[in-house]
Design a protein around this ligand. Structure first.
Ligand SMILES: C[S@@+](CC[C@H](N)C(=O)[O-])C[C@H]1O[C@@H](n2cnc3c(N)ncnc32)[C@H](O)[C@@H]1O
Length: 443
């Protein structure tokens, strides 16, 4: 594809995502379905350009005040140039597969006046930028994050401008991490063991996985290391009755089912039948037969009432703002609002309240989100503890140490000793942002 055409396509895709009518990943997938002729490298450039614009929207918009032509094209040019330079840097060479270096490719795509404008933009130093153009966050998010992180705020915002690594979870039902790692290496995929999760592999780059044998036979699933740690905290055992209350497409369900060694009974509840449908092919690959997906109408569904007091372990992976996943879903910061978060917190409290009724005496309850906001995390957990003296909070750090997770202390915060809640951050742990609180119901 000629560089000019590729840039035109980038500008079109940027325009479509910036309406924020649909999640960016859905807009990108649809664009690729409509343009099947696009090759893998072109797709990577298109997606990364769009995601770069979403990540750095405020800075790029400020720069796009100058220059000429459609605004989306100016935004796309800034993203496009960054992505091409980054691709060349990562590949350790300045040339792409057609033998052109990244600067020649950019030159071929841009008009002469656009090139001049890009050079002027490139010459601006980060310290000359206003604060908002450096953190690229909506104003309502800035204070809650600064209040939690202090100077770490800037490390967080820098980490959120990068893409997330590709993590895999090895299905320990049939496979060992070390064996799968060797198998992937033979298939040309390099991966390192993840630092905290004993079942995780961190892949070098973003290779296509769906045709790899280990994937087809269910030995691996794509899952962020943080998400793996949440499933571990539930510590589900052989033969138990377990509920994954907000199972969605089953990322954590599959990890829990394997931890139960395919025994006992694991209910995967969700209000979205559509998401549970996406669990089915994954379940088939995994070889698990102890998982029972069930669509519920709401958290007070009859099915939930029938199981009251009968369940050994309940995971509530609550619907949340998703702001811990901004490296993967940068559009969320523009699609979410303080009001939407406020509404979510009411839903989260209600789901936690209902799901807790399932837990039997001596059983375990885990509340988790992929949010980095205290109002969706500590505030929900603390209000629940205060209202339910029969649920005793457990220290997540203690539980992780029992599971032999390295540096458990550094993964946790809150409570008297700073060990109460699992609290993962992209800039500190190289995972998505996650929270988890754990209770045991008094016997
Ligand atoms: C964070 S996602 C779950 C992700 C999933 N556990 C995983 O690991 O892939 C939250 C899920 O909660 C579901 N949900 C929303 N309201 C619910 C409710 N009242 N009861 C049960 N599930 C609900 C959503 O449909 C969504 O799939």
């Amino acid at each position: 594809m000629h560089p000019k055409q590729l840039l035109d396509a980038c500008a079109e895709l940027v325009k479509r995502t910036l309406t924020f009518e649909h999640p960016a990943d859905a807009v990108v997938s649809r664009f690729f379905r409509e343009n099947r002729y696009l090759g893998p490298r072109e797709r990577a450039t298109l997606a990364e350009t769009t995601y770069t614009v979403l990540r750095k929207k405020l800075r790029f918009e400020a720069l796009a005040h100058s220059g000429s032509g459609a605004r989306e094209r100016r935004l796309a040019i800034l993203g496009f140039a960054e992505v091409l330079r980054e691709q060349a840097r990562k590949e350790g060479k300045a040339r792409n597969k057609d033998g052109q270096d990244s600067e020649t490719f950019i030159k071929a795509a841009l008009l002469p006046q656009e090139l001049k404008w890009l050079a002027a933009c490139d010459s601006i130093q980060p310290e000359e930028l206003m604060e908002a153009h450096r953190h690229n966050l909506p104003e309502w998010l800035v204070e809650p994050l600064k209040a939690q992180l202090g100077d770490g705020f800037w490390q967080l915002t820098a980490s959120m401008e990068r893409s997330a690594p590709l993590d895999l979870r090895v299905n320990q039902l049939h496979d060992k991490r070390s064996d799968v790692r060797k198998e992937l290496e033979k298939a040309g995929i390099k991966a390192e063991p993840t630092p905290y999760s004993p079942m995780g592999l961190r892949v070098d780059g973003k290779p296509a996985l769906t045709k790899v044998d280990a994937f087809v036979r269910g030995a691996i699933e794509v899952q962020d290391e943080g998400s793996q740690l949440l499933a571990l905290l539930l510590d589900a055992k052989r033969g138990e009755m377990v509920v994954d209350f907000c199972a969605g497409a089953g990322g954590k369900t599959l990890a829990i089912g394997a931890a139960m060694r395919n025994t006992g009974r694991l209910y995967a509840f969700d209000v979205s039948g559509h998401r549970l449908d996406a669990l089915k092919p994954r379940l088939a690959r995994s070889g698990l037969s102890n998982v029972h997906p069930a669509a519920i109408a709401h958290e007070r569904d009859e099915r939930v009432k029938r199981l009251a007091g009968k369940i050994d372990r309940v995971l509530v992976d609550a619907p949340c703002s998703g702001l811990g996943t901004l490296r993967r879903n940068p559009d969320l910061k523009w699609r979410q609002s303080a009001k939407a978060v406020e509404e979510l917190t009411q839903k989260q409290a209600s789901i936690l309240e209902s799901s807790a009724r399932l837990v039997k005496a001596g059983g375990r309850l885990v509340y988790a989100t992929c949010s980095i906001l205290p109002q969706e995390n500590e505030a929900i957990a603390e209000a629940f503890s205060a209202a339910h003296p029969d649920f005793v909070p457990l220290d997540a750090a203690e539980l992780l140490e029992q599971l032999k997770i390295a540096d458990a202390d550094k993964l946790c915060s809150g409570g008297d000793a700073g060990r109460r809640y699992l609290r993962l951050w992209p800039h500190q742990h190289e995972t998505d942002g996650f929270f988890a609180a754990v209770w045991v119901r008094k016997a």
